[in-house]
Structure formats: C-alpha cells, structure tokens
Design a protein around this ligand. Structure first.
Ligand SMILES: *[C@@H]1O[C@H](CO)[C@@H](O)[C@H](O)[C@H]1NC(C)=O
Ligand SMILES: *[C@@H]1O[C@H](CO)[C@@H](O)[C@H](O)[C@H]1NC(C)=O
Ligand SMILES: *[C@@H]1O[C@H](CO)[C@@H](O)[C@H](O)[C@H]1NC(C)=O
Ligand SMILES: [Cu+2]
Length: 646
C-alpha cells in the first residue's frame, strides 16, 4: 500500500493540531492547517507566556516535530547490521522570524530551543519540516530500510524526493509528482519506504513547485562501516553539525528576486548596513578542537541561477567526495557548487585556536545583488560568542602565499586549450574542472564498451504571452494529469508522450514554434547509455538525473551557438572530446552544463522506470526544463497498481 489516505481522526489525535493552535492564534495566520480548528478558543495566556512548546506538547508529540538527534538509526555503521528506520516529516507553513523568535533576537542561545527560524532576521513566510528550515537531518547506514511518513500540513499538494537514492527496488518512491506518484494532497500522509541503496551525502527535498525554495529540504546522510569507507582514515570526526546546506532565498512570495544566501538557514542580514562582525547577525557555528580532522559536507539547495564559491579562511580543504561519491582526495582552497551539487571535505583544525570565517560568495544572479554569506569556524579555546575579525570575503587567497589558490568545479569555463583532453594533472595555475576529478571506484563497464548515444539540448523560448520558458530538446515540459508510472496501462504511449522525434513526425518544427508536452524520452534497459547534453545558453545549468549515478566523461565549452544545432556532426568531427580513458571518471548525480557548452554522461541503464532528468535551478524546472527518461519497456518496469488518484 503506497498511497495512504490519512485517517484524519488518528492524525489529529497524534499530532494534536489543537495544540499548535495554542500558539498560532488567529493573529498568526501563517500556521494554517487543512483541518484548521480556528474556532476553538484557547487560553490567551499561552501567547503572553511566550512559547512553551515543550510544555504544550506531550512526550509523543514532541517527537513529531523534532530533529532526529536521538534516533536509533543514528549509530556507528557495521557490516550486516542494517535496521529499519522510521521518521515523520511534517511539512507545514511557518515563518522566518516568527513570534517564537522573540528571545532569539536578544539571546543567541535561545534560538534553537523554541524552533525559531531566525534566518537572516528578515520576516518572511517559509515552508518548514518539523519546524525547521532546513528540515531535520536524517542519518542512516547503508542498506537500512527507510520508512518516512510525510504529513502534508500545507494548503497545497506536495511530494518528497530522495536526492541520490537510486530507488532500484522501488521506482514509485522517487517523489516526482505525476511521474512516480500522485501528489500528496493537503491533509494526507504519504508513506515513503525504500532501501538506502548507497552511501554518501544525499538530501531530501520537495519536488513540487517552489516548495524547495520555501525551505522544504534537508540532509540525508548515509554512512558506511569503517572497513568499507575508503576515506575513513583521513578524518577523526564525521558530525552532522558539520553538514552545511547553503540556500539562496527569496522574501515573501516574490519568487522573481534572490534576496540572500543562508547557511543552515542562518546568516547576516544583507539589507542591514551592519558590518559582518556585528553581534546582531546570527551565524551558523562549526565547532572544532585543535589537532583533529573533521569531515564536513556542503550542499547547495539552489533556487536561482546562483552558483556559489565555498572556502574557509586560513584553511585548506581536502576534498574527498562529490554528490556522495568518493573521489581521489584533492587538496584545494575551495570549490564551487551549482544547485544540488555536493562536496565533502576534510578540514584539519591545525591553525591558531580562534574564530575563522566560512565564506560563501554568490555569482551570477547573486553577484548582481552582491550576495555572500558566512558561518563561523570556531576553535575550542576561542571566545565562544565572538565573531572572526575582518570581513567575510576578505581576499581569495591561498593559505600558502606563494602559490595561487586552487578551486574546484568552477562554473566559469574557459574553452579547452588542449582538445586531446588528457589533462589529468592538476596544474598549479589552473582551477580544477569537475572532469579532472577521479573516482575511487572504477566504472562498472569494460573499456571496449560501445555506448548508445542520446543527444539532448538545453534552451529557452519566449511563449506567445511573453513568458520565458525553459526547454529540453526544444520542448517545455507539461505535467500530465495522470502519474506516468502508476497510470501507464491507462494510456497508449504513442499518443501521450512528446519528444523530439514524435513532434517531428507530426510535422512540428520546434526550432521555430513553441513545443510543449509530456516530454518522455525512451531508453532501452540494461544498456550502456551515453547522453550528450548541450547548452545553447550563456548561463550554466546544473542537470540532475534521477535513478542513476552517472560518470562524467566530457565537459567543455563550444562557444559557437550556431554550431550547436549540428551537434551530432560536431561530435563526429571530434569537437566534443571524451576522456581518453574513462576508468576513473568522476561519479555524480548533478553536473553543470557550461554556458554554450556540453557535458557527456555515461551510465548502465540497469534501473527500469520513469526517471526525471532536469535542470536543478528551481525557476528553470518550474518553467519546463524537465524531461522524463522512460527506461525499459512496460514489462521491465516494476508493476505498480494503477491508481487514478489517492
Ligand atoms: C549492503 O548491501 C550490499 C549488497 O548486498 C553489500 O555489498 C554491502 O556490503 C552491504 N553494506 C552493509 C553496510 O551491510
Ligand atoms: C596537449 O596535448 C598534447 C598531446 O596531444 C600534449 O603533448 C601536450 O603536452 C598537451 N599540452 C598541455 C598544455 O597539456
Ligand atoms: C518518442 O515518442 C514516441 C511516441 O511516444 C515513441 O514512440 C518514441 O520511441 C520516442 N522516442 C524517443 C527517442 O524517446
Ligand atoms: Cu537551468
């Protein structure tokens, strides 16, 4: 039973929305519930007495709205000791700088207690998970069975995607509305049940509309037993407090404008003229003890076209993993992230024991607004509440003054100087491209493998009403009325799907006219697939593929826009070089397609199902930059009971 309709009586009993009403009195209209009990009058004293959440909730209820710090699945992972792990995620409307933040404004220590989402100190509606933005981190071990009840307290439908999990046994748990499931309506619970089929720094987020931008996202950390972890010896601690979610945010409902970047939901107020070191800002703090090495995880929950650069004052970062996939370590000064990308690094606390800035600088749309953000790396022994000296950004300097700084995954691609592309060494004067990273895990195919290549493109088109639509293969995605996976016996593919070839067969010229539809690309199952994705636009697009981890074997700039139309021909002429040896090609689930450039991805299509393939900039996904890969025939895809709705 995948789609549960909530037993309302039970849900109300367990979650006691009446209790929530106590602090969401009529004047707080942002905490609304589909089954709102607004007319129930509660004692006003609760409000004036401040927010005594702990008193107001019974023991059982606190767990419904808590983080998972004491969850039994948070443990040292051991071979063959997988567990079944249950979580409740309540997705609800909430507010940054809401009334529960009264004490936090004056006392930093009070902020966490009362589930205050302080943010940057600018009041704005958000969508929270268990009263948190970002939502609570889930920590698991590889092979655990995960059961998550997502309770939709919003007044709009939702779904949850488990970014990085392959869902190889449960394609119906991928969380894409009208692709792998029906949306979870307000007041409904949906039970996600899946195997943690790989390890790494993963995350969960809503796949519906702008909900990820409103805050519905959290870390999903899947660890391995010590013996299975190739980098285990490189660090002493792997703490969830050192997992950072960076997010670019909007204010109110103005989804047109990026207004700030936050780190774990906190940071300096960009609107204020206060200096970075002003004690009124609330920064995330990472505590370390001198002499130890810490694994840290950074993820960009990117909403706009806002790549970020990450570094830590006076420290080198030993980068060991990207998108949850271990790489041969690279010692760098920092790295860039585009939306949904992750890097894990080891920080050695080997500097003078004081406070240092963790620096995040925004580019593109974020640079237009000069957005940047900080967090504090705080050594034990340094003044606990003090802030580092100086400005957050300072200069982009290597710790080693004589050497130029080394940054990884820069989105500002320069056309390749050497088309033979055997550049595996990290030259000292050059930042390291993603393609130069090497996986510790060899590719799962032999070197003589022949790949089936699919050419795909990213572009924009103006709709007749002036709206700017984003496209894949010159088609803007339109969500179908049924869910593709569940409903696939209810329709005939050939009439229902649109793709480049089907539209061409209908005599449509998508290069000239606006093409929209349920964009489904068919790929055979259990084949070696290569996708060549070209970008006809100047900005970078981070492309994410569901259901698979792919290997990156080509990435670069082509420059000439007109040429991109003949991409197949260019490829034949060798203008799209691939790694000469893909043995250690870096494994990722999201990769940036450089502006006016291309990427080449390879994977074995051993996971039949309907897998979304889309740009991870929320604004672009919403405007049509999504397609679905239907991998395998109907008989190869797991049988899911057809339901027209839940
Ligand atoms: C998880 O399962 C896979 C496949 O059965 C196995 O190779 C791996 O060792 C398991 N990991 C753990 C931590 O038990
Ligand atoms: C460019 O590639 C050639 C091999 O085709 C190699 O000999 C040369 O050293 C490369 N140049 C650079 C700058 O790496
Ligand atoms: C395009 O869609 C048509 C109609 O559903 C289908 O027959 C064809 O296989 C699709 N082509 C590709 C490349 O996905
Ligand atoms: Cu995009």
């Amino acid at each position: 039973m995948w789609c549960l309709v909530v037993d309302f009586a039970l849900a109300q009993q367990n979650l006691k929305p009446e209790n929530l009403e106590q602090e969401s009195s009529a004047k707080i209209d942002w905490l609304t519930f589909p089954w709102s009990h607004r007319n129930k009058t509660k004692k006003e004293s609760h409000l004036s007495a401040g927010l005594q959440l702990k008193d107001d909730y019974g023991q059982a209820d606190i767990s419904s709205f808590s983080g998972f710090e004491r969850h039994p699945c948070r443990r040292v992972c051991q071979q063959g000791q997988s567990q079944s792990c249950y979580y409740q995620l309540v997705v609800h409307n909430y507010r940054r700088l809401g009334p529960e933040c009264q004490r936090c404004q004056f006392d930093e220590r009070a902020c966490a207690d009362e589930r205050c989402i302080y943010g940057d100190g600018v009041a704005s509606p958000v969508m929270a998970v268990n009263r948190m933005v970002p939502g609570p981190a889930i920590e698991l071990c590889e092979n655990d069975t995960v059961v998550v009840d997502v309770l939709n307290y919003l007044n709009e439908p939702t779904t949850m995607h488990w970014h990085g999990i392959h869902m190889s046994r449960s394609p119906e748990m991928d969380g894409v509305p009208h692709v792998t499931q029906y949306p979870v309506e307000p007041g409904e619970v949906f039970r996600y049940e899946f195997l943690a089929d790989r390890s790494g720094s993963l995350w969960y987020h809503s796949h519906m509309g702008w909900q990820r931008g409103f805050g519905v996202a959290g870390n999903l950390i899947v660890r391995q037993p010590h013996q299975a972890n190739p980098h285990a010896r490189l660090y002493d601690y792997d703490l969830v407090e050192h997992a950072l979610m960076v997010q670019d945010i909007f204010y109110d409902y103005d989804i047109q404008q990026v207004r700030n970047i936050l780190i774990n939901g906190k940071g300096r107020n960009h609107l204020s003229q206060l200096p970075d070191q002003d004690a009124r800002h609330r920064y995330e703090r990472l505590r370390v003890t001198p002499g130890y090495r810490y694994r840290m995880r950074v993820l960009l929950n990117g909403i706009f076209n806002c790549p970020v650069e990450f570094s830590i004052e006076q420290h080198k970062l030993l980068i060991i993993s990207t998108d949850g996939n271990d790489i041969e370590p690279v010692l760098a000064d920092g790295f860039f992230l585009t939306s949904a990308e992750r890097f894990d690094f080891v920080l050695e606390a080997n500097q003078y024991a004081k406070n240092y800035w963790v620096r995040v600088r925004g580019y593109e749309q974020c640079a237009d607004r000069k957005l940047y953000q900080g967090a504090v790396l705080s050594y034990r022994g340094a003044a606990r509440s003090e802030l580092p000296q100086g400005d957050i950004l300072g200069s982009r300097q290597s710790r080693d003054q004589d050497e130029p700084p080394l940054f990884i995954n820069d989105f500002r691609f320069k056309p390749l100087k050497n088309s033979s592309l055997t550049l595996r060494q990290f030259s000292k004067d050059q930042d390291v491209g993603t393609l130069s990273l090497r996986s510790v895990e060899p590719v799962p195919w032999p070197s003589y493998t022949k790949f089936l290549t699919y050419y795909s493109s990213l572009s924009t088109r103006q709709a007749p009403n002036g709206e700017l639509l984003f496209q894949i293969d010159e088609i803007s995605y339109i969500s179908p009325g049924i869910s593709l996976l569940q409903g696939r016996h209810l329709y005939k593919d050939d009439g229902y799907y649109s793709n480049r070839s089907s539209l061409a067969a209908q005599g449509r010229n998508c290069a000239r006219e606006l093409c929209e539809g349920v964009h489904v690309i068919r790929l055979p199952a259990y084949r070696a697939i290569e996708m060549v994705v070209t970008n006809h636009m100047e900005p970078t697009h981070p492309i994410h593929l569901h259901g698979y981890t792919f290997r990156l074997v080509g990435q670069g700039v082509l420059g000439n826009q007109n040429d991109l139309k003949n991409i197949r021909e260019l490829d034949r002429r060798g203008r799209l070089p691939r790694l000469s040896n893909d043995y250690a090609a870096v494994a990722k689930d999201t990769v940036q397609v450089p502006g006016l450039g291309y990427v080449i991805l390879r994977f074995i299509s051993d996971n039949p199902g309907f897998w979304s393939y889309h740009c991870h900039i929320e604004a672009h996904t919403v405007q049509g930059m999504l397609a679905v890969l239907k991998v395998g025939g109907d008989n190869q895809i797991k049988r899911i009971p057809a339901r027209v709705g839940c």
